[in-house]
Design a protein around this ligand. Structure first.
Ligand code: NAD
Ligand code: UGA
Length: 471
């Protein structure tokens, strides 16, 4: 099938269908509340009994803006239920969504064990003589849907089902917003009828519908993440150049982003990309390309720049402090990005490891949402209750996650609490002039260590001009 594209869809007459969701994580939960909100009856299953017990009380296991409200709402509509029994979840289901994790496995290839196990469990419960549409939302390497379908048919030779690849493009911290406002809905299948059924399930969402074959759909997802990572590494490499030639990477990125062919999104220099997706999808795409005999060298450079960006930050911090041995460091933020409590592959984990290996005397840290996860994942760091407690006695403060509350800090109070004077803004988030006015020494990324605000030719561009191209 060649791809078929349709323009904006505004059809709001979704006919109520029964949907089973397998895996109640970021993607499964966001899809669940979205489909329930569109009028469908959703039954989500997860193997984590604690997670399910919480969800049955409308308690979200993850911090995601808007999620709690929708869980509470659909507890009363009775259109959204949670269970640990896959049989119960699939009873009467016309659609089954696979939303389990696909983490990095050995040799960089994705670990598909959760998808395989979930697919086998689903296959065993597919009814005979009734057509079910099985939808893979998990991110898979190209060719995997064919393998999963074969596995399911082997376990359920009599079952009648179609397997569709329907990758998810939501961002953490914006998951609920993104599932209600997708840029595009990509449907990978050779079965026109099932594609139309799935498209109808999403009736009510405004998005470009893009129907293609399964392999292309799988690659669209991985390549999109790899390209976003490439933009970030490009900005980070440019940042190093800007530091040397006395330019400002923020201004350069904004100027570049005004060209709609480039786009302003994902050009923010900083500590590099982390999280559960970009790093493993870049690695996963490289691994499946190598298996196909193609070496995606560009992506190797993207990863190298990403690693180096964290090391460079430590080197510059050491330069600012005249060495790190015996120094006390305050860390603002731990999560891999703002508006999430997710610490998976967060740059903070690497930074902490590197700081320790350089002999710092102690690290005090604060994150508005990730403290629970940090208690489990980051031993040996003193976790603080607010941003001021984290800077007490610090020789330097390093901003790691761009939470808005760090922008609003009283820098005078910060200066009074610190032992030293270095405030290193690892995300170019703070008002450098305000930091310096409080008597602190402001360091940032991709700008030579000078008072950036007073340097001519570096005025920020009007916000309205930027928003036209920025996602
Ligand atoms: P997650 O780890 O948050 O959630 C996965 C859930 O599946 C867990 O709750 C786990 O207990 C459950 N699970 C595992 N095996 C199961 C089984 N056999 N039956 C029932 N439940 C089972 O994962 P996630 O972040 O939602 O990611 C899911 C997939 O979507 C991955 O492939 C990921 O790459 C992709 N994706 C993630 C995001 C994101 O922002 N997190 C965005 C787009 C795509
Ligand atoms: C990313 C993609 O943006 C989503 O489209 C995709 O669906 C998702 O991965 C996925 O497949 O799971 P997410 O990981 O939530 O979403 O977060 P991003 O906003 O892409 O940020 C990823 C990392 O890059 C973060 O550490 C962030 O701080 C960093 N980043 C982002 C930058 O350093 N600079 C930027 O300009 C943007």
């Amino acid at each position: 099938m060649t791809h078929r594209e349709e323009g904006e869809r505004t059809n709001s007459q979704a006919h109520s269908r029964r949907v089973a969701i397998v895996g109640a994580g970021y993607v499964g939960l966001s899809s669940s509340v979205c489909l329930a909100e569109l009028g469908h009856v959703v039954h989500a299953v997860d193997i984590d009994a604690r997670r399910v017990a919480g969800l049955q009380q409308a308690v979200s296991p993850i911090f995601e803006p808007g999620l709690d409200d929708l869980l509470a709402k659909h507890r009363t509509t009775d259109r959204l239920r949670f269970t640990t029994s896959i049989g119960r979840a699939m009873k009467g289901a016309e659609f089954v969504f696979l939303c389990v994790a696909t983490p990095a496995g050995a040799n960089g290839a994705m670990d598909l064990s959760q998808v395989r196990a979930a697919a086998v469990a689903v296959a065993a419960r597919l009814p005979a003589r009734t057509q079910t549409v099985v939808v893979i939302k998990s991110t898979l390497p190209v060719g995997s849907a064919d393998e999963i379908e074969a596995l399911m048919r082997e376990h359920a030779p009599a079952a009648e089902f179609t397997l569709i690849t329907n990758p998810e493009f939501l961002r953490e911290g914006r998951a609920v917003y993104d599932v209600f406002h997708p840029d595009r809905i990509v449907i990978g299948t050779n079965d026109e009828g099932s594609a139309a059924e799935l498209a109808n399930l999403y009736a009510g969402l405004e998005a470009t519908l893009f129907v293609t074959d399964r392999r292309s759909a799988e690659l669209i997802k991985q390549a999109s993440n790899a390209f976003l990572a490439t933009k970030i590494s490009f900005a980070n490499q440019l940042a190093e150049l800007c530091e040397r030639v006395d330019a400002d990477v923020e201004v350069v990125a904004k100027g570049m982003g005004l060209d709609p062919r480039i786009g302003a999104g994902h050009l923010r220099a900083g500590l590099g990309f982390g999280g559960s997706c970009l790093p493993k999808d870049v690695e996963g795409l490289r691994a499946s390309a190598i298996a196909a005999g193609v070496d995606l060298k560009l992506l190797e450079a993207v990863q190298e720049v990403n690693r180096r960006q964290r090391t460079r930050t430590i080197e510059r911090l050491a330069e600012a402090l005249g060495g790190l041995a015996g120094k006390q460091i305050g860390m603002w933020g731990l999560a891999f990005k703002e508006d999430t409590d997710d610490l998976r592959d967060a740059p903070a984990l690497d930074i902490i490891k590197q700081l320790r290996s350089m002999g710092v005397s102690g690290i005090r840290a604060y994150d508005p949402q990730a403290m629970g996860a940090a208690m489990l994942m980051i031993p040996g760091v003193e976790l603080c209750t607010d941003l001021y407690a984290a800077v007490r006695g610090a020789d330097a403060v390093l901003l790691v996650t761009p939470w808005p509350e760090f922008k609003e800090a009283s820098f005078g109070r910060v200066e009074a609490l610190m032992r030293g004077k270095v405030l290193f803004d690892g995300r170019n988030q703070l008002d450098g002039a305000a930091v310096q006015a409080a008597g602190l020494d402001y360091w940032s990324v991709g700008r030579r260590h000078v008072d950036a605000a007073s340097s001519p030719g570096r005025q920020p561009i009007e916000a309205e001009t930027i928003s036209a191209t920025e996602r």
